[in-house]
Design a protein around this ligand. Structure first.
Ligand SMILES: Nc1ncnc2c1ncn2[C@@H]1O[C@H](COP(=O)(O)OP(=O)(O)O)[C@@H](O)[C@H]1O
Ligand SMILES: [Mg+2]
Length: 366
């Protein structure tokens, strides 16, 4: 009957190299980002002649290659002989969200190890003295997640030859920046567009070749491309390919077919409601609140929409209630005024303090 003919044997796998589906994998070459990478390189170029470089604010939706494009530029810089005297520094501000954490990270990157028991100011001084022997390319990824901008001001003032590349999911970040920093930074803008369907397919195709043996039904793969294009986030596609592969393997199937992909999409939808989506939504709303702390909920919603937010006002309000329960924000109802009764929403920092212009005020301490 041949019932078991097409079965995967115990020691067989559909994956050639599963690591290629991880978000940190660096596919080579990086496709469709030539123009963007060229603009980054142009900001850095003056450093090759020991002149001061330019600053750049890279912005665009999550999952469209901002981080990977920048990292590859830094990598190429590291491999260029003429760039011997240029120090590339990459800092993820989601993880390192204070001046202290950032300076510790930088000290590590430049191999300065005596950081214990030293204060932020002292470390800044030491690092700056060292960095000024060369030129520096700073990348601050997820810059909108930092709690204070003292480091930025200090580097702008005290590093002589530098190029500062900032990455943010939205460009409104710039508007709320302290004018003293903004005028010194004066960045060019680089808008990362989302990929069209053809490009989405190209990228996923490339990863498919890296990650799998020849096991994909065309139809199945095309559904993933379609879904990824809809979601405008390459990570969704990588994730879907990965779980589809595992569903197929669990069934000992030699092919990844439509039904595996459909199951994977179901899982993704569940996940995006319960975890991924919700978290991203909340993060997004929280960053809007952070930029507009102390404002009325209606104004926050406007800002949320202007930055591409899609949920209804009702859902938006519910998310803010969740954020309040989690002590990320506080709300206060005020009555009177032209709006009748409304809520004022205030961003709370990690230790529960209200946060307003205080973080920038610290700049004058220098
Ligand atoms: N042009 C591309 N070629 C190959 N992979 C890409 C490309 N653009 C994005 N990716 C992949 O999509 C994922 C998300 O990219 P990432 O740079 O982290 O996005 P962002 O920083 O914009 O949120 C990564 O796994 C990355 O490898
Ligand atoms: Mg990123």
């Amino acid at each position: 009957m041949g019932l078991f003919e097409n079965m995967l044997k115990d020691n067989e796998t559909l994956f050639k190299n599963e690591v290629a589906l991880s978000f940190d994998f660096h596919p080579k070459p990086l496709m469709y980002r030539d123009i963007e990478q060229k603009q980054m390189a142009n900001c850095i170029k003056p450093l090759f002649q020991s002149r001061d470089g330019y600053s750049l604010l890279i912005h665009g939706k999550p999952g469209i290659g901002k981080t990977i494009a920048v990292k590859q530029v830094l990598q190429e810089l590291g491999e260029t002989d003429e760039a011997e005297n240029i120090v590339p520094l990459y800092i993820n501000c989601w993880q390192k969200n204070t001046t202290y954490k950032i300076i510790i990270d930088i000290c590590e990157q430049i191999d300065y190890t005596f950081t214990q028991n030293k204060k932020t100011e002292e470390l800044l001084k030491i690092a700056i003295a060292r960095l000024n022997k060369s030129s520096v390319v700073f990348v601050f990824d997820e810059i909108d997640k930092v709690e204070d901008y003292d480091f930025l001001y200090t580097f702008l003032e005290q590093i002589y030859r530098k190029s500062i590349l900032l990455i943010s999911n939205y460009k409104e970040w710039l508007i709320q920046l302290d004018p003293r920093i903004k005028s010194r930074l004066n960045p060019q803008l680089l808008d990362f567009r989302t990929y069209n369907q053809q490009e989405t397919k190209g990228i996923l195709e490339q990863r498919k070749e890296h990650a799998f043996y020849n096991v994909w039904d065309n139809d199945a793969f095309n559904i993933i491309v379609e879904k990824t294009f809809q979601l405008k986030d390459i990570r969704a596609g990588l994730h879907l390919m990965n779980i589809s592969g595992h569903f197929a393997e669990n069934e000992a199937s030699r092919k990844i077919s439509k039904k595996h992909v459909e199951l994977a999409i179901e899982k993704l939808d569940e996940l995006s409601v319960k975890d991924l989506g919700l978290e991203e939504d909340k993060q997004f709303i929280l960053s809007i609140i952070k930029l507009n702390t102390g404002k009325k909920i209606g104004d926050l919603f406007k800002s949320y929409q202007e930055n591409g937010g899609k949920m209804s006002y009702k859902t938006f309000k519910r998310r803010i209630e969740d954020l309040e329960k989690g002590k990320f924000v506080s709300t206060k109802t005020v009555t009177g005024g032209e709006d009748g009764s409304t809520s004022i929403v205030t961003y709370l920092s990690a230790n529960g303090n209200t946060k307003n212009a205080e973080s920038t005020k610290k700049l004058t301490d220098y």
